[in-house]
Design a protein around this ligand. Structure first.
Ligand code: AQP
Length: 359
């Protein structure tokens, strides 16, 4: 019996204002992974429409996220880069998962509660079912590894629950059809042959949750009304320096050890950003800057951020001037992605017992 082929899958929504959190928590981590495992990086446009999107802006942002992947160093010869809506299997599998996942599981999702706010009755059904589509994105390729920021942890747990329930509900059928893969972690709750892998979340490093520059208790976010709360990947050097200068801090000097950041959310965030951008640990950053005031630390952070981000912003601008090249990358990616997803959905239809009369 075969084992699951390792495969990385991750995605970013084309909802504008790509920021440092998206870069450090997700996109920057895609680059080394493409040399370690077959990798797929998706621009998740079907997720974006769970809340209203201006159509022209959605098209623009789809190109922009693709440009960010390329500018960050994702190589379309190594990794598959594509936009979700172009591979129909995502939405087909999402419907099947709508019928596997339980209402109670989705009702526990904190991101829905945060995004729908007090107006949940008026939120789209798509926003509620979003985690099922995310599970489908991953499992349409039987992906085994998913690098994301900390905010996606709960959705990845749901993906694991959906895979587990599908594997259990259809265990006999999977075996009968000879479609099973040896369970790498057998347990009394899990059959010895699986169809879907139990995906590994990859949430690690000093930048799994970059916080707002204006409020250390809120995640840096595309939809924050204050542009000063985030560093956009398209910001120029002056804007980056201005935002870091205005970033909220406290009045104390930086501590010399990580323990000293406790209860100092804003300081912790800026040290974390420095660590992630420099590739050093927070301890190393504090060994260098401990005892110094923010008036000394902030210019050093600005210089580092500009050195790392400005060339990427330039490259994104260059790529955005050539939309046809971006679309060629997405077209090729969609074809390669479909070649992987089609046979998987064919298997899934057989497992479910759908009578296929049009092959
Ligand atoms: N602040 C963050 N720190 C670290 N990682 C982050 N990610 C998002 N914000 C941070 C990670 O970026 C990837 C793509 O995110 P997304 O665009 O698909 O979804 P999101 O989490 O909804 O992004 P935003 O920026 O926070 O948008 P809004 O404002 O709409 O809520 C994911 O891997 C995510 O973890």
């Amino acid at each position: 019996m075969s084992a699951f082929q390792p495969r990385v899958f991750s995605g970013v929504q084309p909802t504008g204002n790509l920021h440092l959190g998206n870069y450090l928590g997700a996109i920057s981590r895609f680059v080394p992974l493409q040399d370690q495992m077959p990798s797929m990086y998706c621009v998740v446009d079907s997720h974006a429409i769970t809340v209203w999107q201006n159509p022209e802006e959605l098209t623009h942002s789809t190109r922009e996220v693709t440009a960010a992947y390329l500018a960050a160093g994702v190589d379309p010869k190594k990794a598959i880069i594509f936009n979700q809506s172009q591979v129909r299997e995502h939405t087909e599998l999402a419907w099947i998962f709508n019928c596997i996942a339980r209402m109670g599981w989705l009702k526990r999702m904190t991101q829905f509660k945060d995004k729908a706010g007090k107006n949940a009755e008026n939120a789209s059904v798509g926003l509620f079912a979003y985690p099922n589509l995310m599970a489908a994105d991953i499992l349409a390729y039987r992906a085994t590894h998913v690098p994301v920021g900390d905010d996606q942890k709960q959705h990845l747990e749901l993906t694991r629950d959906i895979a587990q329930k599908f594997n259990n509900d259809f265990a006999e059928r999977i075996k009968e059809l000879g479609l099973g893969v040896a369970n790498p972690n057998p347990s009394p709750e899990s059959p010895d042959e699986l169809y879907f892998p139990i995906t590994e979340p990859m949430i690690a490093g000093p930048a799994t949750r970059i916080m707002s520059l204006r409020d250390g208790s809120k995640k840096m976010s595309k939809s924050d009304p204050s542009d000063l709360s985030r560093i956009n990947l398209t910001d120029d050097a002056d804007m980056i320096a201005k935002k870091i200068k205005k970033a909220k801090t406290d009045a104390e000097p930086l501590p010399s050890e990580v323990g000293g950041l406790e209860g100092r959310k804003e300081a912790d965030n800026l040290v974390g950003i420095y660590a992630a951008l420099s590739g050093d640990s927070k301890s190393k950053v504090l060994a260098d800057f401990g005892g110094q005031q923010f008036s000394a630390f902030k210019p050093a952070l600005s210089e580092l951020a500009v050195t790392k981000l400005a060339p990427m912003a330039d490259e994104m601008r260059r790529l955005m001037d050539d939309p046809q090249s971006i679309e060629a990358v997405l077209r090729d990616g969609a074809e390669r992605a479909s070649e992987i997803a089609e046979p998987i959905l064919h298997d899934v239809r057989r497992i479910l017992g759908f009578l296929e009369v049009r092959r």
